[in-house]
Each structure stands twice: as structure tokens, then as C-alpha cells.
Design a protein around this ligand. Sequence first.
Ligand code: F0G
Length: 458
Amino acid sequence: MEIPFSESYKIKMVEPLRKTTREQREKWIKEAKYNLFNLRSDQVFIDLLTDSGTGAMSDRQWSAIMMGDESYAGARSFFELKDIIKKILGFPYFLPTHQGRAAENVLFSALVKAGDIVPGNSHFDTTKGHIEFRKAKAVDCTIDEAFHTELEHPFKGNIDLDKLEKVLKDYPKEKIPFICVTVTCNSSGGQPVSIENLRDVYVLAQKYGVPTMFDSARFAENAYFIKMREPEYANWSIKEIVAEMYKYADMMTMSSKKDGLVNMGGFIAMRDSELYRSCSTFNIMFEGFVTYGGMAGRDMSALAVGLNESTEFDYLETRIKQVEYLGNKLIEYGVPVQRPIGGHAVFVDAKKVLCNVPKEQFQAQTLGIELYLEAGIRGVEIGALLADRDPVTRENRYPELELLRLAIPRRVYTNNHMDVIAAALKNVFDRRDKITKGLEIEWEAPIMRHFTVELKKL
Ligand code: F0G
């Protein structure tokens, strides 16, 4: 008999979960103004809101916490992190920040000005927010295949080189501070970018004299997909693939809360000493001194260990196989999901599930509410609410994809939990024709509204 696959870790500490009734959930979600971010975690049974900062640290990481050096300047923990960033990602300069968006804030303060254009592959919402906040524009150059959820393509995070070249031709290089490549591409479904594409983007960028920046939150998952899907790299180790990926980046921002395997943290890394200098000033202003930048020493030590662990094949195989397990169950039940299954999450195509709900009534959010009511499972909307209004016309933007993201925290849930999620979603899917009404906005913030929006059931 073939030995089945199993996790590459065992469990040393557990945290109880609380089951709730449908009546309780109906009351709580109404009080939360139909915004899943407003729920208390005690009101949630399985929390798939995000894979960001929600993972479980290893015994090695907890040991590193005890060894952290809390010196204000020149802490040993800083140098541990600096060494591992150099070793794994190849960058000589780095600045710690308290999380990914803080890294964006610091780097973009140094580089992005009003009227600039930042081409990329479906920029993450905080990235786009930091660009638009500076009155610059993010231009999406993702390949068209990414927007057809049921179309199989190994690298749906890839940048369309023609779209990119058009931007590079249409604007002078002074207006393009960098190209932003998100690995894996969260907004298009946790989809990877191939080495071939990273290399082609870099070559094109060099031709036009524009630097390349990687938004690196899930860089290790991207490397796993390269190993599995880009034949040339099948026999490379994950660390070798990561090193190859970063040959094609001039700088990076990192949300360490994902593939850093820590609960809080981020950083910027770069090759250019001048850029390091100009970012250092903003880091000191917004984050903290250059050797801690918003992170405790102990957290930098845990992150150094986390970066090492997340770039090991066995860890990544366990991680991605669990996400695939959930995705395949949903496919088996006929639920339309983004294919192939992404690295950190399964993305349900809400447009195809709730066909009777008009897009103006927020289909993916409506599906998220239904799933919560069904079994206390919290996903997150990646659709029209998140897409915000156009900064100029103030009209609602309706993105091509209306997705409900079920993000899987790292090393947290078992496949039994995945079975519960799949069954709950199947139940919602089976009664989809009866769901004809969605939601209406009662209040919204002028930017990044989805976090705090207040909604009403129609
Ligand atoms: N870039 C990407 C691709 C992200 O997915 C995120 C966060 C960030 C940048 C910002 O990092 O949260 O540390 O400030 N994504 C989380 C998510 C919030 O749920 O996907 P942060």
C-alpha cells in the first residue's frame, strides 16, 4: 500500500475553539453591520479572514524569542535577521518595519511622488492605497488569463509583457519609480509568477531604466510553485529557487506575517546604498531606529528562524497541500473556485455562485455572510468593496473578479477543519438560487473602505 501524505510537524500546544448557534451568529453579524472584520474572534469557529500573522510559530521560533536582544541600537537580533536576509534573499541592506504596509510607507515615501505610475501585477490593496495616497497611479499589467477563474494556467500571477512595455513606452522613466511584482499575487488568487516572467520583466525594466521591486509577502510559496510547475527548476532546492528569483529584483517590501512565519513584522531590503540612506530617514520617522524599526528584538530573532523554516520544502509541501485539499473538495462539490488553487487561500468565484444577486449588492460579501451564518466560518471579500471607488470619479469600481477568499493560516488547522469548511460552503452553494438579495452600504471610509464599511441587508 502506498504510504499517504501527512504533515511535516507534530503539535505541541493547542488552543480551544468555540462552537456557536445560527441564532447567535445572526445576532452578531447584524451587530457587526455585516462586516466580517467587526466580529470578535470568539464569535468565529474557523477563522479564514487572513493568513497574515495568524500562523503558529515553531518550537525553534519560540526558543529564539527567549534569546532576543532588546538593545535599542545594534541588537544581536537585528544582525541575525540581516544575515539571513542576505543569505536567503541576497540583499545587503535592510530596514525592519512593524509590518508590510509600513515597509510600503517607508519605501514609497522615498520613491513615489504625485503623478507617478507604478505598473505591476494586481497590486495588493495597501500597496495600491499607498500609491494612490501619494496621488500616483497603479497600473495593473497582470496576464488576462488571471481573470478567468476556471482557466488552468500554471502562473496566473505573471505580468503581461506587452501591457508592461506599453506603460514603459507611454511614460518617461522619471515618472515610473519602480515596477511592483507581487509574489505570489494575492489579488489574483494567490497565484505565482514564474522565473521566466520575473527574468523577462527585469530585462524589460533594465531596457527602460526602471527598477524592479518585489512585494514579497508569499515569496516562499511562489518558489514552491516554481519548483512544481517550471520544469527547469524541478530539482532545485527552495532556497536555490528563492535566490534565483531575487536576482531579478532591485528591492523588496516584505510583510513577515505571511512567509516570515511570525505574528507581526515586516522589512524593506535593497541593493542600493543611496536608497537605503533615504529610506533610513523615513524609517526613523515612522517606524523606529534603523536596527529595530517597529519590531522587538525577540521578534526579529523569531523572524530570522521563520525565514529559514518557510524556505524548506517539507514545510511548504504540507502548507500548500492543505490549501489544495480544501480546493479539491470544493471542486468535487461543484463550487466554482479560482484555478489552479492558490498558495495561501482558496478563492471562490462569487459571481458564479450568487448569480441572482446584482453586482451592486456585493456578491462576494453576501457569500461571506452566508458562510458565516452557515457554520461560523469567516472568509474575506476580495471584490467590489475592496476595490473601493475610483479616486477621481468616486464611482464604485467593479473588478473583473468577485471573490470570497478562504485564507488558510499556516500550521494552525487540520484537514478535519478543511472538511467542515467544504461542507458548509456546499450547503450554501446548494441553496444559492434562493439567495437573491445582497447588501447596501450605510457608511464607508474615503479610502480602504472594506475594513470599516457598515452594511445593511437588503
Ligand atoms: N502585500 C501583500 C501581497 C499582502 O498580501 C499584504 C497583506 C501586504 C502587502 C501588506 O502587509 O498586512 O503586513 O501590512 N495582506 C494581508 C492579507 C492583510 O490578508 O492578505 P501587512
